[in-house]
Design a protein. Structure first.
Length: 326
């Protein structure tokens, strides 16, 4: 790819470099969507796995050949270590700013900015620290009055001691204490098949168990919009943040955290900040007493930070400071 210098007048062009991992793609989508809404930016996805980038290109900042139909970028954003070689090779593309989501494994000075959760503890004027991970959920204007609850399950991870029996006990406890509620239980790709099979035995008129292969692209956002409470396993920072961003009263199941886990620390900060609640506060979650007064919308905050620092010619609409009640 030649280094383009001509740009279309008006809205910025944003290249999103993806490794196609669901969590990383969700972060890019969240930031990209807000940039599109706030500035009219055009979004252009590039699968890093389809572009061969030798180490020397990354080190020297020499761009590989890409699709000639791609517009000259104003901003290039990458998420996932599998995208970093491509990002670094593009860092000298004429006038384009480069950003990485999550803490990179290379010197921060090699890119123009980093957006990463606060538990990564990186402090620099070029870094925006967020409450949890970015995501594509939009805060709900109103929480439903219907007694509908959503349970989201991750799976074994390096951050928490996963225990099928403990989780099944807590789920049964919740359902037993709130028999008038309707429950939707959803698993993920990491959820053990044994646990999903045991949960399937609970299915009935008020309990629906959804296998991850039976979900669709916007399944989670639709379920959150229909829920008055959400319960999430703490190993999945992405799902925890998505539920909290929607504004649905959210609690986390109780699993033992592994020592020195940054994800566990991040979940702990969300609890401390009143974004989510512990298992022991389940009564408050189910009563709707845990909704924060301030909206958590980190993708919007990150987009405004990017616009202010890296797309100064773009104009953003005023921010939303609190939940809309109408």
């Amino acid at each position: 790819m030649s280094n383009p210098t001509d740009r279309n007048n008006g809205a910025p062009a944003v290249w999103l470099l993806t490794d196609n991992k669901a969590g990383h793609r969700n972060q890019l989508k969240g930031l990209g969507n807000r940039l599109r809404v706030l500035t009219g930016a055009s979004l252009h996805w590039i699968d890093a796995s389809e572009v061969e980038v030798p180490v020397w290109r990354a080190l020297l900042g020499i761009a590989p050949t890409l699709n000639a139909e791609l517009p000259a970028p104003n901003l290039i954003v990458a998420a996932g270590t599998g995208t970093h070689r491509l990002l670094l090779s593009l860092r000298r593309v004429s006038r384009a700013k480069t950003l990485t989501l999550m803490k990179p494994g290379f010197p921060l000075s090699w890119v123009d900015g980093v957006i990463t959760p606060a538990h990564d503890a990186i402090h620099s004027k070029h870094v925006l620290l967020t409450e949890g991970a970015l995501n594509s959920i939009t805060p709900l204007a109103r929480i439903t009055d219907k007694p509908e609850a959503l349970i989201l399950l991750g799976g074994p991870s390096p951050h928490f001691e996963w225990d099928n029996d403990v989780l099944l006990g807590q789920i049964n406890n919740l359902i037993g204490q709130y028999p008038a509620w309707r429950w939707t239980i959803g698993g993920s790709r990491r959820t053990p098949e044994e646990l999903l099979a045991r949960l399937a035995e609970l299915q009935g008129p008020k309990i629906t168990v959804v296998h991850p292969k039976d979900t669709y692209q916007d399944w989670l956002s639709h379920q959150l919009a229909a829920s008055r409470a959400a319960w999430v396993t703490p190993d999945s920072m992405s799902m925890v943040c998505e539920a909290a961003t929607a504004g649905v009263p959210t609690g986390i199941f109780e699993l033992a955290a592994r020592p020195a886990s940054r994800v566990a620390q991040g979940v702990g900060h969300l609890v401390e900040n009143g974004r989510i609640a512990h298992w022991t506060d389940h009564a408050a979650v189910m009563a709707g007493d845990t909704v924060p007064t301030a909206t958590l919308w980190e993708s919007d905050r990150a987009a405004r930070w990017v616009i202010d620092r890296h797309l100064p010619a773009s104009r953003a609409i005023p921010p939303v400071n609190k939940r809309t009640t109408e």
